[in-house]
Every structure is written in structure tokens, then in C-alpha cells.
Design a protein around this ligand. Structure first.
Ligand code: MLT
Length: 396
């Protein structure tokens, strides 16, 4: 018997687990410390009223023989939800067929699961810094990983002319952790790059709902022809606060063919074998996100988080700290003041301001000297954190 040797190549623990342990240790040593957590991008507002109502109704249905739902008719997801997603894309001029939409239990799972479609011999290109899931998933599979530097010089938006050859590339826009977002035109260059070498783009659109600036892409399929090269993964976590409810979706276009095989067919085959779908109750809740009332309620929540981002940004402006993001993204990416390293600043901020953030270095070597704060916190606590950060920085 041989275990998967590649697990030994991983960091000791997943970034957010490492931070959670560090914070728990700190809290144990300082039981009276009032910590404000702006680290992991977890939402704080409850589910929208329409979502809760739809889920309540679905719970009731599950309690009656006439309306009970057992195994989901298609592991791909209920048609009512796929239809709602189809319309959501159509409003942005993107045409999808229902067969291209797969309901999942969240973006993180599918970002890993999708790798079942590709040989372990493929080379993967990931930006640095990056959401650590992309790297860890590929380390586990023993794939060769190449890194593409995202730096202040390239606006944290590396372009294909800087890229080495690869078979799979991950793009996350608006980006986690830097908050930078590609324009449709910039994504067009990536689509052309992928076409020229038969590569596949795994496009993480989890933060698309934060895009407000015209010209910035919310879906890679806004680029004509992207369906031949890209799989898009999205989530209800950030748009509708489903971090604890779990639902997302993945688009695998019919036009995506590699090695003579339809990736859509392969993904369907994979899902029907390894996945039994997302709970009916949850899918009904997700459907309500796209109703008129649902969308209006959700916009209010997104505005709440946008105001949090503005509060953090203002504090950093006043303290003279360089940052980016926070405009089309819930993340603020700042340069650690006083030449501090990312983990050094993490410890300093925790101890001085009792505020928890995420060290940039945890997202990759190019994140060295940077730090991420999330706008997903409670508004009053975020204002308090901003005041504390400003006061702490004034002492530097
Ligand atoms: C993050 O903080 O980067 C995200 O919340 C992690 C995730 O979405 O899984």
C-alpha cells in the first residue's frame, strides 16, 4: 500500500486554519482581548428574507408525501435553479444552455473536483499571490505548478505575454486576495492565449457581484469565443451569504472540447458518479436570490459590505498606507507599513489593535510585505477596527 506522497509537499495546514489556530492561541493567552476578525472572507449578514422564506416553504414541502423530494432528478441540479442562473447571465448578454450549468455545494469543492477532468501530467499556471486552494489542489494531485507574478507593477493583473506555457491556468477576477479585476479586453488576451495552446482557463467568478465599474468583466463568457477555452466557477457565498448554507455553480460549455472529448460530457459523467446534488431546500433558497425581491435585498447587503470597504479604505488613506482593491471587491490589499513582513504585521496588528487580518505571504511569495482585510464584517465592528488600525498606525 502506498499513500499519496504529494500530501507531504503541502504546507503543514491550510492558510485559514493556520490563522484560526494562531488567533485561538492569542485569545487563550489574552482572554479579555476584544478581537475584531477581518481575516477570512466570511459574511456576517444573515440570509435575505426571500431566501429564508423560500427555504422555509421547501422545508414544509419535504414534510408532506405529495410534495416530498428524494434524490434530485439530475445531479446537475434542479432545472428551476439552472434556469434562474441562465437568465442571470442572459441579462449580461451571455447565452448559456441549461446543459452547461451544474449546481454545486460551493466554488471551493468544484475548483478541486474539476481537476478530475485533466491528466496529472498537465502543467498548471497560477498567479502569485493566489487563493491557496488552487495551489493545494494541484500539489495533492502531483501536478507541476508554474507561478505568474502579480505585482504592484502590473496592477496585480498579470497578462499572458508574461506567462510561460501551461495547460491549465487559473484566473480569479475580481481577485482574491488583491481585489484587482480584469477588463473584458484583458480577458480577451487570456482567451487568445488559451486558444493558441489548447489550454483550459479555470475562471473563478466568486466575487463578480462586487463589480460596479463599467468595462470590468463579471464573467469570462463576456469575451466572444471564451466558451471554447474556459470553465467558470461561481458561488452563492459572497453574493447571497451562503457561506454556511453551501451552494454554487459551475459552467462547462458545450463548445469546450479537448483530446476529442467534450468536457461537458466528462463533467456530467463525473458528477453523476461522485455527487448526489445539492439539497432541494438549499436550491430553492438559491433560486430566490434571483427573484426581484431577492436581488433587491441582496443589493442592500452588498452595499453594506461596500460601505465597510470604504470605511477601511478611508482609515488607510488617513494613515498614509498604500492599498488597492475594495472598490470592485470585498478585499483590501495593503502594503505593510514600516517595512514589516506580512506575518510580522499580522502579529503586530493583532497585538496592537486586536484586529485579525490575513498575511499576504500566505497567498504566495509575491504577497510578501502585503496584508488583506475583508469588508465582510459587521459595520459597527468594522468602524471600530478602522479606528483602532488608524490609532495603531499613528504610533508607528
Ligand atoms: C477567503 O477568505 O479567501 C475566502 O473566504 C475563502 C473561501 O471563500 O473559501
Amino acid at each position: 500500500m502506498q499513500i499519496n506522497p504529494h500530501y507531504a509537499e503541502l504546507n503543514e495546514s491550510y492558510l485559514f486554519s493556520t490563522i484560526a489556530h494562531k488567533v485561538a492561541d492569542y485569545q487563550k493567552a489574552h482572554p479579555d482581548a476584544d478581537l475584531i476578525r477581518l481575516g477570512i472572507g466570511d459574511v456576517t449578514l444573515p440570509l435575505a428574507k426571500s431566501v429564508v422564506e423560500a427555504m422555509g416553504k421547501a422545508v414544509e414541502e419535504q414534510g408532506h408525501k405529495e410534495t416530498f423530494h428524494g434524490y434530485i432528478p439530475s445531479e446537475q441540479g434542479y432545472e428551476f435553479l439552472r434556469e434562474a442562473i441562465r437568465k442571470y447571465y442572459a441579462e449580461r448578454g451571455v447565452t448559456l444552455s441549461l446543459s452547461e450549468i451544474f449546481i454545486s455545494d460551493g466554488a471551493k469543492s468544484d475548483l478541486g473536483n474539476l481537476l478530475d477532468l485533466f491528466s496529472a501530467d498537465n502543467t498548471v499556471l497560477v498567479p502569485d499571490p493566489v487563493y491557496p486552494v488552487y495551489v493545494d489542489d494541484n500539489v495533492m494531485a502531483g501536478r507541476k505548478i508554474l507561478y505568474l507574478a502579480a505585482t504592484a507593477e502590473n496592477g496585480f493583473l498579470p497578462m499572458p505575454q508574461e506567462a510561460p506555457d501551461a495547460d491549465i491556468v487559473y484566473i480569479c477576477s475580481p481577485n482574491n486576495p488583491t481585489g484587482a479585476a480584469y477588463t473584458v479586453e484583458q480577458l480577451q488576451a487570456w482567451v487568445e492565449w488559451a486558444k493558441a495552446r489548447d489550454a483550459v482557463i479555470l475562471y473563478d467568478a466568486a466575487y463578480e457581484c462586487f463589480v460596479s465599474q463599467p468595462g470590468l468583466a463579471r464573467s469570462i463568457y463576456e469575451v466572444p469565443g471564451a466558451g471554447e477555452v474556459a470553465i467558470e466557477v461561481c458561488s452563492f457565498s459572497k453574493i447571497a451569504g451562503f457561506t454556511g448554507t453551501r451552494c454554487g455553480y459551475t459552467i462547462v460549455p458545450q463548445a469546450l472540447v479537448r483530446g476529442g472529448q467534450s468536457l461537458n460530457k466528462m463533467w456530467l459523467r463525473r458528477q453523476t458518479t461522485k455527487f448526489n446534488g445539492v439539497a432541494y431546500i438549499v436550491q430553492r433558497g438559491a433560486e430566490a436570490v434571483f427573484s426581484e425581491e431577492g436581488m433587491a435585498e441582496i443589493q442592500q447587503n452588498l452595499d453594506y459590505y461596500r460601505r465597510n470597504a470604504a470605511v477601511i479604505a478611508q482609515a488607510l488613506d488617513e494613515a498614509g498606507v498604500w492599498y488597492c482593491g475594495g472598490k470592485n471587491s470585498p478585499y483590501i490589499w495593503l502594503r505593510c507599513p514600516g517595512g514589516m513582513g506580512s506575518w510580522e504585521f499580522f502579529d503586530w496588528l493583532l497585538d496592537t489593535a486586536r484586529v485579525v487580518g490575513t498575511p499576504g505571504e500566505g497567498f504566495g511569495p509575491c504577497g510578501k510585505g502585503y496584508f488583506r482585510l475583508t469588508a465582510f464584517g459587521d459595520a459597527a465592528r468594522t468602524r471600530e477596527a478602522a479606528e483602532r488600525i488608524k490609532a495603531a498606525l499613528a504610533k508607528l
